[in-house]
Design a protein around this ligand. Sequence first.
Ligand SMILES: NC(=O)C1=CN([C@@H]2O[C@H](COP(=O)(O)OP(=O)(O)OC[C@H]3O[C@@H](n4cnc5c(N)ncnc54)[C@H](OP(=O)(O)O)[C@@H]3O)[C@@H](O)[C@H]2O)C=CC1
Ligand SMILES: O=C1O[C@H](COP(=O)(O)O)[C@@H](O)[C@H](O)[C@H]1O
Length: 503
Amino acid sequence: MLVIFGASGDLTARKLVPALYSLYVEGQLPEHFVVLGTSRSDMTDADFRNQVVIESDYLKEKLKNSDEAKTKKFAEMFFYQDLGESYDVDYSPLRKRVGQLNDEKRTQGNIMYYLSTPPRLYETIAKNLAEAGLSTQNNGWKRLIVEKPFGYSLETAKALNQGLQEHFKESQIYRIDHYLGKETVQNLLVTRFSNSIFEPLWNRNYIKHIEITNAESVGVEKRGGYYDKSGALRDMFQNHLLQIVSLIVMEPPIGDKAEEIRDEKVKALKSLRVMRDEKILHDHTIRAQYMASNIQGKKVKGYREEEGVDPESTTETYAAIKFYVDNWRWKDIPFYVRTAKRMPTKVTEVVIHFKTPHHQIFKDSGIHNKDNKLIIRIQPDEGILIKFGVKVPGQGFKVERANLDFYYSSLMETHVMEAYERLLLDAMQGDATLYARADEVEAAWEFVDPILDYWQHGKDVRMYGYPSGTWGPKNSDDLIEGEGYWRNPGENLTDDENYCVLC
Ligand SMILES: NC(=O)C1=CN([C@@H]2O[C@H](COP(=O)(O)OP(=O)(O)OC[C@H]3O[C@@H](n4cnc5c(N)ncnc54)[C@H](OP(=O)(O)O)[C@@H]3O)[C@@H](O)[C@H]2O)C=CC1
Ligand SMILES: O=C1O[C@H](COP(=O)(O)O)[C@@H](O)[C@H](O)[C@H]1O
């Protein structure tokens, strides 16, 4: 059984139910599976089914020409239990309903609790579940899936971890980071560790620098209230992007078990050089906000004009950070990571820039500095691309660019699971590999906290502006200047660069 807290909310309708539907259609849900939604809203089972399944625009968009009978059958798995005035109440009525459903539907007593409420309620819900005897595992396992954000700072993350661990064991807690559910993010591990082509080169001897871009074309949409208290660093960098960084930085795990992989990720995050010096923080971090602009003839609001945002807000919608990793493998190799809203396009990619060959034989070709890259495209057009030089047929040694590429879309017969689909399935199967452990979350905050502190209290901290629909403030180019320029997919192309869609 899946029990969703905050079931009347956006996440349930937008992500969870469509993911469950796909699992249902693919026959991946266990027999006798039940979803019990719960929140403060007054709803019947039928109301809940209508809201999140039958009348849901998100599901309609996904289903298009689907079979109505199948959707109705799917909806019959959904039930609803009103909690009352607040989440901090006696959960005995909930327990009774869970028991009834277990008996009626002949479930095996295994329960996943999904916390999809405002985060300040997470601990309260865990406590009330435990007090009602709903966390004990004597008749089936009990797991607690927790949505991000996992805290607002190192201190609050520690308090949250401690609070949850008072009522559930760490092995029962699944902290969801949907980027880990993305196929290409997981493929980072396979690309690195399933062959002996890349790994021998994956170090400071061959790599010059690493660049990660996460760009979204949308603004804050309807989440201005939440976002203004969060900002790009907390919303994307502390979790999703540092998860990607940990997979790039980590040492080979001894095996593919969850704890073996997570142990290495923690070590990787702990090796990030924490920036404490004001001068370094000043030179290595950039923050900015999107400004009003015209995108393809359409007027777009500036961040400070968005609903729910303080008109004098100093919350960043753009963050670019340069940092180093203090370990044997990465000593002195710079990492450049940026994330932003209202960019020209939606793209997430990792670019591994290899060093220029130490002796340049074909120097007249001018190709050396521009190629030598491995691009891992996380979204869209998921895939991998190697850019290198090849000889142009004919006399002399004219060198031309070439790409070796792999696209997930070429695997026609394979259904690439959506992140939430994969993660829900993993949690049901007890596989926590793609979930963040408490110490991982804390290690990420250790790195992020001083940056946030500097941005809030430091001297001479700037907040730049960038017109919506552009690649961010001009000043961010200074950050990467020593390496050339940011790879803005679709931009900075010279005439002889024949970029494919993946570029
Ligand atoms: N939406 C998204 O795309 C993402 C969301 N998340 C996280 O998932 C969680 C849920 O997100 P989302 O569904 O968007 O959130 P919503 O704001 O839609 O809230 C979910 C539910 O929580 C209850 N709730 C809302 N505000 C309060 C309040 N002030 N006091 C008590 N209960 C309240 C409501 O149910 P009721 O009033 O009926 O009790 C509501 O339906 C959040 O922690 C969010 O940070 C993470 C990643 C993406
Ligand atoms: O967690 C979040 O992620 C989304 C971006 O997710 P993606 O899968 O579409 O790349 C972001 O828009 C949101 O602000 C953030 O909270």
